[in-house]
Design a protein. Structure first.
Ligand code: GLC
Length: 567
């Protein structure tokens, strides 16, 4: 064997290119995480301050929702400058210090990239407004003349995800109406035209900018929206996300051409060692999600099905089985999500009465009632949430956790409408209260004025019940949700090997029993009556066990245990 054909053996201590495959990733919503400068808005230094907390929690990576300069028309998902930090949240030096602290503690850092649209404050959009119809500056966005004799009809029937038309008409300073521009979200979020090479090139620059600063991966916002069919006449679109066709024929979402864009991104990721990772936010049909996760593209894609699943053994079984198969086909690992900044926190979803499926129609109505109609079943919500979390953490693939779920927070449904910040509230003509209830700043301690979040009042009002669930109150309490998360994440680290999952027939349709390997089984009782506990040593339990008449431990309803069946 000559030197040239010697097998390449990765250095034992070198960076692990596969760190993401089974990582637990903790999502930080920076403006609501921790505030160190007393303005009521969380900041980057707040994340740095909490690195020891995150490391002790036992997560592998932290994902930061946007922290870039923004007018906050959509909680920071309206980015005015992709290569800077919002001055209210800190500086690039603060960002570097945060990355250094995270890395020193063994945590990876993932940042959010928002490529579908910029803020209307972005220099490109400002140039487009000034440059006028037909200009190169307008060609970075989607400007069109209106229909009808006076151009007063929007160029198509396309609807914004937040409600209303996806088109807004410009008006000249003298009041003359002008062209329309496309925004699939708020009017302050104009859509980019990704057929423009300048747009593509600029995002490569942004990916390199953050990768050079040590960022380990990217969460890609609205990944399924970038490629659009803009051939005139503009065709009608389908209803949003899960109603999308599986053949890529919608003019706005999940078009086949989008994949070529992400192949370009992959080439940028692979310039680094280890390659930078990415996870796609793509609300598309189940069988199309894994296309974004191909190793030649983003590598991983969110599977959001558990955020919409009712508390039901069959629903969980189907979702787990199908997503593991699809991930295996694409070469990615699967992903699991119960909560994030866009959905009602999972304890609240599980507290809705039986028959409610936790979907948007149920939760929107409940939020509008201020969380009073229906009354949630408070005994049940946390029990179910913890059981679902422990099952999720037993699955092969990455688990994405949302800030505050380790405290067992439920949705702050009682927010007054005058305090709402989410554009969904106004854009839906007050039909949907929006997502602020999951974005209320975290309670770290029980004290006023902001439960340890800030030295002043938080930017979204925090409810009085936060005093009881603050991190410092739960710390060290063996029965607390925080202790439960720490125990489960620690056990997951110790137990996890390989990416296989076997189904064990529990002989009871309400029981989901899976085995990762011989020393690690997870058993969830979705029913309400207790059942026999399979033999073995209990490693972690989502709640107290029951005792049978013979004194033997039993698995109560709505509870998950991890077992070592050998001992
Ligand atoms: C994604 C984000 C959401 C945001 C939207 C528009 O869905 O998760 O918060 O409103 O994109 O950027």
């Amino acid at each position: 064997m000559t030197d040239t054909d010697a097998p390449v053996v990765p250095a034992a201590s070198g960076p692990d290119p596969d760190w993401w495959r089974q990582a637990t990733v903790y999502q930080v919503y920076p403006r609501s995480f921790a505030d160190t400068d007393g303005d009521g808005l969380g900041n980057v230094a707040g994340v740095t301050e909490k690195v020891p907390y995150l490391a002790a929690l036992g997560v592998d990576a932290v994902w930061l929702s946007p922290f870039y300069p923004s007018e906050l028309a959509d909680g920071g998902y309206d980015v005015a400058d992709y290569r800077d930090v919002d001055p209210r949240l800190g500086t690039l030096e603060d960002f570097d210090a945060m990355v250094a602290a995270a890395h020193a503690a063994g945590l990876k850092v993932i940042v959010d990239i928002v490529p579908n649209h910029t803020s209307d404050q972005h220099v490109w959009f400002q140039e487009a407004l000034a440059a006028g119809p037909g200009s190169a500056a307008r060609a970075r966005y989607v400007f069109r003349d209106g229909l009808g004799e006076d151009g007063a009809t929007p160029p198509s029937t396309w609807q914004s995800n937040f409600g209303g038309s996806a088109w807004t008409r410009l008006t000249l300073p003298d009041g003359t109406p002008e062209q329309w521009y496309l925004h699939l979200f708020a009017p302050e979020q104009p859509d980019l035209d990704w057929s423009n090479p300048e747009v593509r090139e600029d995002f490569h620059t942004t990916l390199r900018f953050w990768s050079d600063r040590g960022v380990d991966g990217f969460r890609v916002d609205v990944a399924h929206g970038l490629a659009k069919d803009l051939v005139e006449p503009l065709r009608d679109a389908n209803p949003k996300d899960f109603g999308l066709p599986v053949d890529g024929s919608d003019p706005l979402y999940d078009r086949d051409e989008v994949h070529e864009i992400f192949e370009g991104w992959r080439r940028v990721f692979d310039e680094y060692d280890p390659p930078r990772t990415a996870v796609a936010e793509a609300w598309v049909a189940r069988e199309r999600v894994s296309l974004y996760a191909r190793p030649t593209e983003l590598g991983q894609a969110f599977n959001f099905e558990l955020t919409r699943a009712p508390w039901d053994a069959d629903a969980f079984r189907t979702i787990i089985e199908s997503n593991l198969l699809l991930a295996a086909e694409s070469g990615a690992s699967s992903t699991w999500v119960l909560s994030n900044h866009d959905v009602v926190r999972h304890p609240s979803r599980y507290g809705l009465p039986d028959g409610a499926d936790g979907g948007e129609a149920d939760t929107d109505a409940w939020l509008l009632s201020g969380g009073t109609d229906p009354e949630l079943d408070r005994d049940r919500w946390l029990r179910r949430a913890r059981a679902a979390t422990l099952l999720m953490l037993a699955l092969p693939g990455s688990a994405y956790l949302y800030q505050g779920e380790e405290l067992g927070l439920h949705e702050v449904a009682e927010l007054r409408v005058e305090d709402l910040q989410d554009p969904v509230w106004t854009r839906s003509s007050h039909q949907r209260k929006g997502r602020d209830g999951s974005r209320v700043p975290l309670p770290w301690t029980p004290e006023a004025p902001a439960y340890g979040f800030s030295s002043t009042t938080a930017h979204l009002p925090q409810p009085a019940w936060f005093a009881d669930v603050a991190a410092s109150v739960q710390d060290g309490d063996p029965g607390s949700t925080l202790t439960f998360y720490r125990t489960a994440l620690d056990a997951r680290h110790r137990l996890q090997q390989g990416e296989e999952l076997d189904w064990v027939d529990a002989g009871d349709p309400q029981v989901v029993h899976v085995a990762r390997h011989e020393g690690w089984h997870s058993v969830t009782n979705f029913g309400t009556a207790d059942v026999a506990l399979p033999a073995g040593t209990v490693l972690v339990a989502s709640g107290p066990l029951a005792e049978g008449v013979d004194g033997a431990a039993r698995l109560p309803g709505e509870t998950t245990v991890w077992l070592d069946p050998r001992g």
